[in-house]
Design a protein around this ligand. Structure first.
Ligand code: FES
Length: 79
């Protein structure tokens, strides 16, 4: 598996708290999208840390094609 799996063709809103770390699933296999559940083991992919700078809701990438990982950049519209 070299290319990530397209988990969803839309971003996933995630409420985050300032100062906390979140692990974004980069492989697309997690059952807890868009966050990592360890399913990447054995693949070439690793989760990406996202540190929240404020308490808000962020739109994390669900298709795994974004160029601004882990935030959605609209790439899912071209799939
Ligand atoms: Fe996808 Fe961990 S489950 S990166």
């Amino acid at each position: 598996m070299t290319s990530p799996v397209i988990a969803r063709k839309e971003p996933v809103p995630v409420p985050v708290e300032a100062g906390k770390d979140y692990w974004w699933c980069a492989c697309g296999l997690s059952k807890k999208q868009p966050l990592c559940d360890g399913s990447h083991k054995g693949t070439a992919h690793e989760p990406m840390a996202y540190k929240a700078t404020e308490t808000t809701t962020v739109e994390l990438c669900g298709c795994k094609q974004t160029a601004t990982k882990p935030i959605c950049d609209g790439s899912h519209e071209n799939l």
